[in-house]
Design a binder for this molecule. Structure first.
Ligand code: KG4
Ligand code: ZN
Length: 350
């Protein structure tokens, strides 16, 4: 039986989980820093790092307890190696590698987006390889042709703001609290979209890339021209969300046609958006395919997806740092702690 601990600290969630090859996720601990950053209207990197330092060891202890195991029962420790905030990543990587050293285990550095991409594999209803993946998070919007585990071809991406970033920035312009995405989505439920239409950027030309930065300016102009009532705000939120969701769906349709894939995986924080889920379910139905999502708590940042990605690497023999006993002179350098704040997927997997 293989048991992998996953550590995620790339942004504002400290998360530890344990994946067990027979029983799935057997521990899932998460501490969100939302309240800490709320008063600043966005993530303050230095505060994020310090809070990870405070929380990470208690969460590791809690995960071990929740799984009812001893550290010696673990097979490896996986940690998010990038992309993300450098200080935040360094906390997870340092703890991950130190625990691995102390417990004589291999450590495995994981690409955060591979974690998101594989999160739907933790569900009973999961896709077979190959599949198309739409990764929509706060930092990235990517269309990825997933040929098999570890073989990821990026076929479309945002040339400016990511979808989640567009949600968050537009929410901020509208005076909504942090984190804006889910709050804007909630407000949109009360909106009436019969009067207002936002553009669907870059859909009038071929290609699979996205551009969302113009939508926040469009929203700012609509807000300035509105009467400022709650209903007007809700209408703008709904029209904005329609535009993002429609744009994502149009590009997914093109990508499905281009790749001929039958399964679409939608992952990353924005995959929690209900309207997006409904729209893509309808699209895949129309295209005789199926759509797959992680459950809600595995959509946004979490340790389970890192533990699972670590398990996949471990099974393939891809552990980035062997345990101490296997170490020889040339491998000494594996104890260096290396993180990649900017780490394009195309560089990580080629
Ligand atoms: O994947 P994630 O937790 O962190 C990153 O890796 O970036 O994604 C966070 C992003 C934020 O931009 C947040 O506003 C957005 O996901 N998000 C949503 C919803 N829930 C989270 N956006 C739209 N609708 C939602 N329901
Ligand atoms: Zn993420």
């Amino acid at each position: 039986m293989t048991k992998i601990m996953g550590i995620e600290t790339s942004c504002d969630e400290t998360a530890i989980a344990i994946y067990d090859s027979e029983n799935g996720i057997v521990a899932h601990q998460l501490y969100s820093q939302i309240a800490l950053h709320g008063e600043y209207g966005g993530v303050v990197p230095e505060l994020a790092s310090r809070d990870h330092v405070r929380k990470i060891i208690p969460l590791v202890d809690a995960a071990i307890k929740e799984a009812n195991i001893k550290p010696s029962d673990l097979s490896a420790i996986a940690y998010t190696q990038g992309p993300g905030l450098i200080g935040a990543l360094l906390v997870g990587a340092t703890i991950g590698k130190s625990l691995a050293y102390a417990w004589k285990l291999p450590s495995i550095g994981i690409h955060h987006l591979e974690g998101h991409l594989l999160a739907p594999m933790l569900e009973d209803k999961k896709p077979d390889y190959p599949f198309l993946a739409l990764l929509v998070s706060g930092g990235h919007t990517l269309l990825v042709d997933v040929k098999e585990l570890g073989s990821y071809e990026i076929i479309g991406e945002s040339i400016d703001d990511a979808a989640g970033e567009a949600f968050d920035k537009t929410a901020k312009i509208m005076g909504l609290d942090y984190p804006g995405g889910p709050i804007l989505a909630k407000l949109a439920e009360k909106g009436d979209d019969s009067q207002l239409r936002f553009p669907r950027p870059m859909t009038d030309r071929p290609g699979l890339d996205f551009s969302f930065s113009g939508l926040k300016t469009f929203a700012a102009n609509k807000i300035a021209a509105s009467d400022g009532s709650e209903q007007s705000k809700a209408n703008i939120a709904k029209a904005f969300q329609n535009a993002v969701v429609d744009t994502l769906a149009i590009k997914c349709k093109r990508a499905i046609k281009q790749t001929n894939r039958k399964a679409l995986v939608v992952a990353g924080g924005v995959s929690a958006n209900l309207m997006l889920r409904e729209k893509l379910a309808g699209l895949m139905n129309e295209m005789n395919g199926k759509v797959y999502y992680p459950r809600h708590e595995y959509c946004t940042d979490n340790g389970a997806m890192i533990a699972y990605a670590g398990y996949c690497h471990f099974e393939k023999g891809l552990n980035s740092s062997p345990c101490e006993e296997q170490e020889n002179e040339t491998q000494k350098e594996v104890h260096q702690i290396i993180v990649h704040p900017r780490w394009p997927m195309s560089q990580a997997f080629n």
